[in-house]
Ligand binder design. Structure first.
Ligand SMILES: Cc1cc2nc3c(=O)[nH]c(=O)nc-3n(C[C@H](O)[C@H](O)[C@H](O)COP(=O)(O)OP(=O)(O)OC[C@H]3O[C@@H](n4cnc5c(N)ncnc54)[C@H](O)[C@@H]3O)c2cc1C
Length: 466
């Protein structure tokens, strides 16, 4: 008898899992269907075109720390398309533009004396013990006050909408890969003779980051999988021994369900309705949203740099990226695109601004920090993305554990991916989760719970690379 598998969400995690299940030698009688709410696949890692210029949803790079086996699969699906590219960004620190990743000579020449002296002091006078009870205390103890004051704390306020002291220490572990100022110095000096290597380079597909998810989707369909886009799942009922899924097109029966949609949305869709304490824990898990303002300029390039990281608290934008610099080959020589990321909360003043107001606002902000004006504008598109960054408020771990142990009670239901595990991650982490889940699924529909628990322990070690 065939095993019917439903996968909720067509981002890298959902599509990676779907493709891996069908790519196995013993895929046999597996029937796999992916339900994706959007008209396009890829989720946060999707791309879209505007006036022929391809945009990603904010700056997206495939980091070379990706598992070589997963990279091998991507290269097989995208032959000759995935290129290793040098990073070429800047960060705005103390009102100056500094190369990012940091370079020793550039940083020494351009960093304001106030910051240089502060960094030196922080390196020499390091506390032997420090508190680890919040994001703020952990980072101050590890990196010193200067880097926190100039970069990490203003960036945290902007990205996550909280004071750093209000955020759990785990967020520092998951989001900041350096553990001391000396490590930053070591990384900078390594780059002197290691140009183009890990940290200073990334992989990027011709045609946009979204081609990774598109290639997974194409291969999945080629192997007989069913992909339903524009199909938001609106209900999920346990019908012993399987599951019934509701979409606008009706009800569908499955033996197993893998969900990569936001964990709180999943709980909200379930029937029977979860107990009150689970509903309360679910509503205590907060995600931050973002508005992405994408403009096409009638100009060959805006700046020579691929991205600008902007901790400056005087402006709302957190990062700009110019996707034409990410790709090895460009499609048009007479125009370029700029994507400006503005973190916010759904329904707040930024979220509610009209598209024209947002374009004007980011236009004023870029010139205020010393970047060139956004003109002449040929076209603009604003995307409002509700689930962008998980926020680890104090106590989030207890709430998450309550929700996950509730979901674990249901046979045949597994949650994974960035949104499904409420995890800070990169695409290669989401793909690692997908590949691990496929390995835990037996061709007879059985599930290796111990193997999945061990994989989840590994996922807890994922640290985001920017
Ligand atoms: C601004 C930004 C920059 C990033 N930069 C990088 C980078 O440089 N490098 C990198 O590796 N990673 C980067 N990431 C992370 C990367 O985007 C994620 O790791 C990846 O998208 C996670 O994949 P996922 O499938 O787990 O989740 P998602 O991509 O969020 O996919 C979840 C999918 O579920 C769908 N869905 C939701 N509700 C429903 C429903 N009810 N029914 C059906 N479908 C539903 C959504 O539409 C979505 O397609 C970045 C993320 C952000 C936000």
């Amino acid at each position: 008898m065939s095993v019917r598998v439903a996968i909720l969400g067509g981002g890298p995690a959902g599509l990676g899992l779907a493709r891996q299940i069908l790519a196995r030698d013993d895929a046999g009688e597996m029937e796999v269907e992916v339900f994706e709410a959007n008209a396009e696949v890829g989720g946060l890692a999707a791309s879209f075109a505007l006036e022929g210029v391809v945009f990603d949803h904010g700056s997206h790079r495939l980091h070379p720390s990706i598992d070589p086996e997963i990279l091998k699969v991507l290269n097989e699906l995208l032959p000759g398309v995935l290129h290793r590219r040098p990073r070429h960004g800047r960060i705005v620190l103390g009102g100056r533009f500094i190369r990012f990743p940091l370079r020793p000579v550039d940083a020494a020449l351009k960093l304001p004396w106030r910051i240089k002296c502060g960094l030196l002091r922080d390196m020499l006078v390091r506390p032997s013990r420090y508190d680890t009870d919040s994001f703020a205390a952990t980072l101050e103890g590890q990196l010193g006050v200067t880097l926190c004051r100039e970069f990490y704390f203003p960036m945290a306020r902007k990205l996550w909408g909280r004071e750093p002291i209000e955020i759990a220490a785990e967020q520092a572990r998951r989001r900041v890969s350096v553990r001391s100022p000396w490590q930053i110095i070591r990384r900078m000096t390594r780059q002197l003779w290691n140009r183009g290597r890990a940290g200073a380079s990334f992989y990027y597909p011709d045609g946009g980051f979204g081609r990774i998810a598109e290639a997974l989707a194409k291969d999945f369909e080629r192997r007989g999988g069913r992909l339903s886009v524009s199909s938001p799942v609106t209900g999920l009922q346990h019908r012993d021994p399987g599951w019934q899924i509701e979409t606008g097109e009706g009800r569908h029966e499955f033996d197993r369900v893998f969900s990569t949609i936001p964990i709180s949305r999943l709980v909200g869709l379930m029937e029977p309705v979860p107990p009150t304490e689970v509903a309360a824990a679910t509503s205590a898990l907060h995600s931050r949203a973002a508005v992405l303002v994408c403009v096409v300029l009638d100009s060959a390039r805006w700046t020579p740099f691929d991205a600008h990281y902007v901790p400056d608290s005087a402006v709302g934008l957190s990062r700009t990226s110019e996707p034409t610099h990410y790709a090895a080959a460009r499609s048009h020589s007479d125009r370029t695109g700029v994507c400006i990321e503005v973190p916010c909360d759904p329904g707040d003043a930024t979220w509610q601004m009209s598209d024209d107001e947002l374009v004007n606002q980011v236009g004023r902000e870029v010139t205020r920090i010393g970047l060139p004006p956004l003109k002449p504008i040929r076209a603009a598109e604003v995307r409002r993305v509700p689930w962008v960054y998980p926020v680890y408020d104090h106590g989030y771990d207890k709430h998450l554990a309550t929700v996950r142990s509730y979901l674990d009670q249901w046979p045949g239901l597994v949650t994974l991916g960035r949104q499904g595990l409420f995890a800070h991650d990169n695409t290669h982490h989401a793909l690692a989760m997908a590949f691990a889940a496929a390995d835990c699924l037996g061709s007879d529909g059985s599930w290796d719970a111990a193997g999945w628990a061990a994989a989840n322990d590994r996922f807890a070690d994922h640290v985001v690379e920017d």
